[in-house]
Design a protein around this ligand. Structure first.
Ligand code: KG4
Ligand code: ZN
Length: 338
């Protein structure tokens, strides 16, 4: 059978990324141009700056992805692109680049949901086994997603306020750590003990929803109160205590959903999946469960990339799904109606 090559394009936030994936599972090229350095001095992503960088980078990144793969557009079977959610001005650059390339070379166009992409990053590691649940933890999202088959997404629970990554970034900012703060908190957490009992939002008994704004406020208040008393709290202890609260809730709810839904696989996804504490806690929790496979992607596939978008595109392509040329950026795209 002829090999299938899908090109993925991702520009939903602050990475301009293009990748080519062979037969849905094998990465042949994966280019990520990060803009983090341009946003660092503002302490977060500035949408207007993000769009400008995407415009500058996209053509070069497209060329580089083809070059690294040793392929031409005539070899590509489908162009998959993140249509949402994300920053609208940033998404538009990827969507328009994808449409231009698809039209010029007469290649099918495939609009992809960014979170579906994060989940499918796992398919670049191992085959997916259904039913499964995915714990998606990124800068913009915290969700537990149930999948009974390819392309079917049921959101069991999601954050009611801040995403896990957002809470990490805000707490990091209060501790005067650089953006993005997640990796810095993670590092500090391993140098201290969780001595402070920060709150854990369990919500209602049977809820798979999350809430991190109470925790975030509690950390910030603790720091401010100490400051007013002229005391200096140890950043290591703050980081360790904050991280232990986040991980406790994430792991407990994921394990509960695993048991309730009798899934074969649990996938970890999103930028916060790079967190060492979370990875270790999940590995410990699942080491006892013999009939459930825990899959944790390597760090490079946890943060935004286009290989994960191509991986979703591959499944859509096989299912005969196609997007029309009126495909538009959709910042509020719903994963359940994918
Ligand atoms: O998935 P992602 O690359 O972008 C979004 O789609 O949001 O996630 C970025 C988020 C940031 O909030 C960053 O602080 C967080 O992932 N992050 C981490 C770690 N590495 C990245 N959070 C905690 N621990 C880490 N090691
Ligand atoms: Zn993401």
């Amino acid at each position: 059978m002829k090999d299938q090559y899908i090109m993925g394009i991702e520009t939903s936030c602050d990475e301009t990324a293009v990748a080519i994936v062979k037969n849905g599972r094998e990465i042949v090229s994966n280019i990520v141009a990060s803009q983090i350095d341009s946003h660092k001095r503002f302490g977060g992503v500035v949408p207007e700056i993000a769009s400008r960088h995407h415009v500058e980078a996209i053509t070069l990144v497209l060329e580089e992805a083809l070059q690294e793969a040793g392929l031409a557009y005539s070899d590509i079977d489908g162009i998959a692109v993140t249509e949402g959610p994300g920053l609208v001005g940033a998404l538009l650059i990827g969507v328009n680049a994808a449409k231009a390339v698809a039209f010029a070379h007469d290649i099918p166009l495939l609009g992809v949901h960014h979170i579906a992409g994060h989940i499918y990053a796992n398919r670049l590691i191992t085959e997916m086994k259904f039913p499964l649940i995915a714990l998606v933890v990124s800068g913009g999202h915290t969700e537990l997603v149930y999948m009974k088959e390819h392309g079917s997404f049921e959101v069991l629970g999601e954050t009611r306020d801040d995403a896990a990554g957002e809470a990490y970034d805000k707490v990091a900012r209060t501790l005067n750590l650089p953006y993005p703060g997640g990796p810095h908190i993670d590092r500090l957490a391993h140098e201290g003990e969780p001595t402070i009992a920060f709150p854990r939002a369990w919500l209602e008994e049977d809820s798979y929803d999350f809430s991190f704004s109470g925790l975030k406020s509690s950390v910030i208040n603790t720091l401010h109160n100490a400051e007013q008393r002229g005391e200096k709290l140890s950043p290591q202890e703050i980081a360790a205590s904050f991280q232990s609260s986040v991980i406790d809730v994430l792991v407990t709810k994921t394990v509960k959903a695993t048991e309730q839904y009798g899934v074969k696989q649990v996938l970890l996804a999103g930028g916060v999946a790079a967190n060492k504490g979370l990875r270790t806690a999940l590995q410990e929790a699942y080491s006892q469960m013999e009939d459930v496979e825990l899959v944790i992607p390597p760090l490079s596939l946890c943060t935004d990339n286009a290989a994960m978008i191509a991986a979703v595109g591959s499944v859509m392509f096989e299912k005969g799904k196609r997007s029309a040329y009126d495909l538009n950026a959709n910042p509020g795209l719903d994963i359940e109606n994918e």
